[in-house]
Write a new protein. Structure first.
Length: 253
């Protein structure tokens, strides 16, 4: 395990239109001690070939591309990369999101200052072109398991984990829809507190995300997490579900 190395995990599926900008947002950032693990999840739109082409041109040894032989889904693709990761720190960025220049530097400094195991940052919604809309999501100074159950504030492309404080195997994403949220809850349920860096450091591109835009499906996924992943009663599930829905609306309007 490399002492300060950050392993950045990116599941990539049919993201040819966006992945170059995502990669460049990482490689052109102010924090240089990272490895970027790009996991092509059996794309069928030319993304796989495009990834190889980009990396050949960039000639950056920090970038590592893996091609899966079958489509496994984001959770299994991330877990595949987790096993390959050589860094002490684990971070994620989705294949169409964008990190701001000081995202990783500021987050690493914040993690060290807080002596934290799990941190996340604020972010801004962006349009299809990766241009910020001005809608910025603020994050709390810290969050516990029970607080997270009713809060949508933790976004995948903002998180950072320290595997010296959280065993690496505990960071494997559950194989369930909304696997990222399920992981945050699993980590927090173990007694870890998440710390929020309230800075806008990530652009979250929403355009074209069918699952995210299908509100009914999103509601079903979250309810399923309460009942099947967290094993909460109907009463408790209803309580947290209501809080989650209210916060979700506040976040997006």
């Amino acid at each position: 395990m490399n002492g300060t190395l950050v392993s950045i995990i990116v599941p990539v599926y049919n993201a040819k239109n966006f992945i170059k900008q995502t990669i460049e947002s990482v490689t052109e950032g102010s924090f240089a001690d990272f490895e970027l693990l790009l996991i092509d999840d059996k794309s069928n739109d030319g993304t796989a070939e495009y990834l190889d082409e980009i990396c050949e041109k960039m000639q950056d040894p920090r970038i590592k591309v893996f091609h899966l032989s079958e489509n496994m889904g984001a959770a299994k693709a991330r877990n595949f990369a987790l096993k390959k990761a050589e860094g002490r720190y684990i971070s994620y960025i989705d294949a169409d999101d964008i990190w701001k220049t000081d995202k990783l530097k500021n987050e690493m400094e914040f993690m060290n200052k807080k002596d934290a195991a799990f941190v996340f940052t604020g972010y801004e919604f962006a349009d299809e072109n990766g241009i910020g809309t001005g809608k910025i999501v603020q994050v709390p100074e810290k969050i516990t398991y029970r607080e997270a159950l009713g809060n949508t504030t933790i976004f995948t492309s903002t998180v950072l984990f320290d595997t010296k404080k959280i065993p690496k195997e505990n960071l494997e994403m559950p194989i369930i829809k909304s696997e990222d949220t399920a992981l945050w809850w699993k980590v927090l349920r173990s007694g870890i507190t998440g710390y929020g860096l309230n800075e806008n450091l990530v652009l979250y591109r929403r355009a074209g995300r069918s699952l995210s835009s299908n509100k009914l499906e999103a509601l079903r996924r979250i309810w399923n997490l309460y009942r099947k992943a967290e094993h909460l009663s109907v009463v408790k599930s209803s309580f947290y579900f209501t809080k989650w829905a209210i916060n979700a609306v506040k976040r997006r309007v």
